[in-house]
Design a protein. Structure first.
Length: 615
């Protein structure tokens, strides 16, 4: 028998301390904690590297796919998920035609949103005509006040058609708490319908009823740990209500389904889905189900709308593609990719086709559906999974101390928390602490809105009822910059001229920074190679009919160039210095008041410039 050669035995594995010592040398005295340790929005630190010893106290690496606590997924033999597309059923015949079409284009899960006035047997007959319900995943949703009626009609339809109940995979979504969060309405009276629907559909082993739509929180700006923690509390609220109503815990847990969002934080989102299954399994276990299979968490993931943009909208494809990858690698049950044009128009055939193909690409070409939990064993992702689980559990316990999720929603605790995060994130975007490619960073200089305007959300319920509870504010992160840019475009587009002079490297860097800064408001920017004198540069700017002249040079040279340039311009255009030089106080004393640099609040600065320019 041949001996197996052991490779690299001549190399000694470095210790963690040796790695740290080497990093300290390379940092040349810089603070390790400030330079390399990432303080996440989720409340914990992420180190620049991880080793096996960092996982010695964790239990997640020992888990197996398809087994309790399901951190590694619900399946043992594959990572298959349903490719889903949602359809608004305003015309049942048209919705049926479209459903049949997309079923031939890679879709195997359909989501039907049915207005309350169309919840009829005739609608279902028309809607499902020609659809083989036993081989796809079906999802029905209407207003909570008509969910019981819809469930009765679905059950009657399946019975009439003689479908095998064992094979039918479907959801009749019932989530009245979401209406409380989004509209502030009191729908607590409808909660009594939940146990009735669950009991009605108990003979369908693959049916889901009670749905938890934390994608709503995601699209309102919630951080990952907030969505995760509230998902657990939300789900536990429904589970407790069902059990209290006399529903068997195995049945109640089996019929739960979680609709979660997925944002652009690639590795963190993978860990979120793993942590969600881990924690939900532990929660259900406390109800003492007869079978561990009741502890499985069924998740539909939807790519976020919160970070989508109206300008440079094709960048939305990059965002949703990484989000879809996170969801797939995280082991979700089904997935919806939001079309890239969702912020400004009803999805077109083109955008819907691209959204479908984004999932098909990672499934059919990248084979994400073949390997169960491919991220398992990654020191980094195992750490993220554990850290997210710990922080989310704190939120869950806090909500339980408040009397449960429903009580927390009534008090406005959940809404206040998410809305505060939304405000913070908008503030961070304004200061470019949070980047939106094509919006507050590297905008397309020449792009126009071409009539594109943000799409307003609609609801089939009465919109003029007084709301007794607080509600979520769901303003997209890019909205403030988009409003500013559209206003500029509709009023007057100023011209900003880069007066580049002095040190070559610094003037080019400052000019590039300034062009990106001012183009965020839709300004026309004119860059230049450089001028020999400030007078030559000012004359060129005035010849170009510039409204703004931006002096771009090095900090040391501003003492020489800024004041002469400002005086020569003599108020014929707004004068801006690119940077925050040491001589700033002297420049201000000379009357120069406009400076743009990395510490600026970009949004507020641009609003101020618009005001000064009469825009």
């Amino acid at each position: 028998m041949a001996n197996k050669e052991k490779l690299f035995t001549e190399f000694q594995a470095p210790t963690t301390q040796e790695w740290l010592d080497k990093i300290e040398v390379d940092l040349k005295g810089a603070d390790f904690q400030k330079r390399l340790v990432w303080r996440t929005n989720e409340g914990f630190n992420v180190q620049p590297f991880y080793r096996r010893e960092d996982l010695k106290d964790l239990k997640t690496p020992d888990a197996l796919p398809g087994e309790f606590p399901f951190v590694r997924g619900n399946k043992k033999d594959s990572n298959q998920w349903y490719v889903r597309q949602n359809l608004a059923v305003n015309d049942p015949a048209e919705a049926n035609k479209k459903a049949l079409d997309i079923l031939n284009k890679g879709i195997d899960s359909l989501g039907f949103r049915i207005p309350k006035d169309l919840v009829t047997a005739e609608t279902l007959d028309t809607l499902l005509e020609g659809i083989y319900c036993e081989v796809i995943d079906l999802n029905f949703r209407t207003c909570p006040c008509h969910a019981l009626k819809l469930a009765e009609l679905v059950d009657a339809y399946f019975t009439k058609k003689g479908f095998d109940k064992e094979k039918l995979s479907f959801t009749v979504g019932f989530d009245p708490i979401e209406k409380m969060l989004t509209k502030g309405k009191d729908v607590t009276a409808r909660l009594a319908d939940g146990p009735k629907i669950v009991e009605l559909l108990k003979d369908y082993p693959k049916a889901h009823v009670m749905t938890v739509h934390t994608e709503t929180l995601n699209n309102a700006g919630a951080y990952i740990v907030q969505e995760l923690g509230y998902a657990l509390a939300w789900g536990n609220e429904y589970l407790q209500q069902l059990v209290d109503a006399g529903i068997d815990v195995d049945l109640a847990a089996r019929q739960m389904k979680f609709y979660m969002g997925v944002s652009e934080n690639y590795f963190m989102e993978i860990a979120k889905f793993r942590a969600a299954r881990l924690l939900w399994a532990q929660i259900v276990k406390q109800y003492e189900p007869k079978c561990d299979c009741a502890c499985k968490m069924t998740i539909n993931a939807t790519t976020s709308t919160y970070n989508q943009t109206l300008f440079d909208s094709y960048v939305n494809l990059l965002r949703s593609q990484t989000e879809a990858m996170s969801a797939a690698l995280g082991g979700v049950h089904s997935m919806v990719v939001t079309p890239f044009d969702a912020p400004y128009e009803k999805a077109t055939d083109f955008s819907e086709r691209i959204a479908r193909n984004q999932q098909l690409l990672i499934k059919e070409e990248s084979h994400f559906d073949r390997i169960v939990d491919p991220s398992a064993g990654s020191y980094y992702i195992e750490h993220l999974t554990d850290a997210l689980a710990q922080e989310a559990w704190k939120i869950f316990l806090k909500i339980e101390d408040e009397g449960g999720f429903l009580e927390a929603v009534k008090k406005g605790i959940v809404q206040d928390d998410i809305n505060a995060t939304n405000v913070k994130r908008h503030g961070d975007a304004a200061k470019r602490k949070e980047f939106l490619l094509g919006t507050n960073q590297f905008p397309n200089f020449t792009e126009k809105s071409d009539g594109k305007r943000p799409v307003a959300a609609t609801c089939c319920c009465a919109a003029n009822e007084e709301a007794p509870f607080k509600k979520l504010e769901t303003t997209r992160l890019a909205a403030d910059f988009e409003d500013l840019r559209i206003h500029t475009e509709e009023t007057k587009v100023p011209t900003a001229f880069m007066l580049t002079i002095g040190n070559l490297a610094m003037r080019q860097a400052r000019a590039q920074f300034s062009c990106n800064f001012l183009a965020c408001a839709g300004y026309k920017v004119i860059d230049n190679l450089g001028f020999k004198t400030v007078e030559e540069g000012v004359d060129a700017a005035l010849e170009a009919k510039a409204d703004i002249v931006v002096l771009c040079s090095s900090d040391d040279e501003y003492a020489e160039y800024a004041i002469p340039a400002f005086k020569y311009l003599d108020g014929r255009a707004m004068f801006v210095v690119a940077g925050a030089p040491a001589c700033m106080d002297d420049l201000k004393a000379a009357g120069i008041e406009n400076f743009i640099h990395v510490r600026c609040n970009v949004l507020d600065t641009l609003k101020e410039y618009n005001q000064k320019l009469g825009i």
